[in-house]
Design a protein around this ligand. Structure first.
Ligand code: LLP
Length: 459
């Protein structure tokens, strides 16, 4: 986070608030979010994409991807910083509605929207419904028409570009649940791609206003090349469709997926660099095709909220084991090289951060309640759940004198941690605190034991 520091007692402070105070006031585990940092990252996306695309389409609409972390306070900040909101369910729409954001600044995603969700989106006057399949397209159009309305629709296409962190792969075929394939052989008898069928159906449907096209190529991506290739493919398709069907599609959404640093090996690019690379391709492709550039939008989630937050845990049990250095090299019997690994248990785990278990994600940890001059010791931070895979940080050097009662901070937990949290083992979900200018405010209350028992209907 932007304003992390140490106070005179050596304890970590963020936004001018010390971790000990946070623990006393709110307990642990706790998500601690730096509000100023969130706002600065949101603004950085808006400003750098606006600047890079100013001469192309007058600027960029940035939709914060609420799936990464959502609550009404965050919607407020997003709005105040000039961004919009991307939602993916009726529940996320309910948060948007409670926060009072204007419907036209909200988008709805999802590969299996219910009729109730579609109706809710129309009732809220949503700026765009991103349609994922032919089947859904007709449903959205029919529901809108039945109530005398026009659904503003973007079509989610799969451009055959798949990216993960450092690399992207381009494939001709799509075999996944999301989106309309641009590949010609996923077709009906007329030989049209699903994407083209959708363009034709959308522009003919009286309940639909076809705004344009959308794609999202993956998440935690560092290199801009994949985004640029997807943009180019979508623009070529958009130009061909505009020509063939005599229509105009004024919008193009290039999704989210910009990566962040979880550990020092991660090397994300600044928003401005990605924006410039993407703008260059959009500019040259539109010029080559001789079309007016559509209005560009993006949907970053992780890159805005991920690094704004750390999780504060209290240390409990410790134990040290000797690890066989050749344990995974089982042909090498007789080699007695071992090293110590210290297991540092904390009062949360996979219920508040499922990402290590789900994605093999790496995090780091620091001793937060004090500084220490003790020699660093190879440590594994683990949770309190009944699974040996319940690891928070696989390998980290922590001071050798870390003891029960110390506080640890695990940075980079703003995205997809609280959002993916569970009540496994009947642990209560932690609260989320926003710190700013020396004060802390609970923006999501942590669950209590009573919350957990409330839904048990009794024997
Ligand atoms: N737009 C669409 C259509 C998406 O599906 C997503 C993420 C985003 C935007 C935002 O992507 P971001 O900028 O946050 O990378 N749970 C996984 C990530 C799942 C991403 C799902 N879609 C994780 O924890 O890594």
């Amino acid at each position: 986070a932007g304003s992390v520091d140490r106070n005179s007692a050596g304890a970590l402070t963020v936004g001018g608030v010390g971790v000990q105070e946070l623990k006393e006031q709110f307990g642990t585990p706790l998500f601690v979010m730096d509000e100023a940092d969130f706002r600065a990252r949101a603004r950085a996306f808006k400003d750098s994409f606006d600047a890079a695309f100013a001469d192309i389409c007058g600027g960029v609409d940035v939709y914060y991807a609420g799936k990464s972390f959502l609550c009404t306070a965050v919607v407020k900040w997003v709005e105040e910083e000039g961004l919009r909101l991307d939602t993916a369910s009726g529940g996320e729409l309910a948060v948007a509605a409670r926060a009072g954001i204007a419907g036209e600044r909200v988008a709805l995603h999802g590969n299996n929207k219910s009729d109730a969700e579609i109706t809710r989106a129309l009732d809220m006057g949503l700026g765009r419904i991103v349609v994922d399949s032919l089947d859904e397209l007709v449903r959205v159009g029919d529901i809108a028409r039945a109530s005398g309305r026009l659904a503003k629709v973007m079509l989610r296409l799969t451009p055959g570009v798949h990216a993960h962190t450092h690399e992207f792969i381009a494939t001709a075929h799509e075999d996944q649940k999301f989106g309309l394939s641009m590949a010609a052989d996923t077709t009906d008898q007329a030989g049209l791609s699903a994407a083209e069928e959708a363009v034709a159906a959308a522009s003919a449907h009286p309940g639909i206003e076809l705004l344009g096209l959308h794609c999202h190529i993956g998440s935690q991506i560092f290199e801009p090349d994949g985004f640029a290739l997807a943009a180019e493919k979508l623009l070529r398709f958009l130009a061909a469709m505009q020509e063939k069907y005599s229509i105009t599609m004024p919008e193009l959404d290039l999704g989210g997926g910009y990566g962040i640093a979880y550990t020092p090996v991660d090397t994300p690019r600044p928003a401005a660099e990605i924006a410039t690379a993407m703008a260059a391709v959009v500019r040259s492709t539109c010029a080559e095709l001789g079309i007016d550039a559509p209005r560009i939008s993006i949907e970053p989630g992780r890159a805005i909220v991920g690094s704004t937050t750390f999780t504060l845990y209290e240390v409990g049990t410790l134990k040290t084991v000797r690890v066989d250095a050749n344990a995974s090299n089982n042909g090498d019997a007789g080699n007695n090289v071992t090293y110590p690994r210290r297991y540092v248990s904390v009062d949360g785990g996979m219920s508040d951060n499922a990402r290590p278990v789900l994605y093999d994600a790496d995090y780091s940890a620091v001793l937060a309640s004090r500084t220490s001059t003790a020699a660093p010791q190879l440590s594994r931070v683990v949770g309190k759940h009944c699974e040996s895979g319940d690891i928070v940080v696989r390998d980290v050097y922590l001071p050798g004198d870390v003891a029960a009662g110390d506080l640890l901070a695990v940075p980079g937990t703003g995205a997809y941690c609280w959002a993916l949290s569970s009540n496994y083992n009947y642990l209560a979900r932690p609260g989320v605190v926003a710190v700013r200018d020396g004060s802390a405010r609970l923006i999501v209350r942590g669950e209590t034991e009573e919350d957990l028992l409330n839904r048990d209907m009794g024997a």
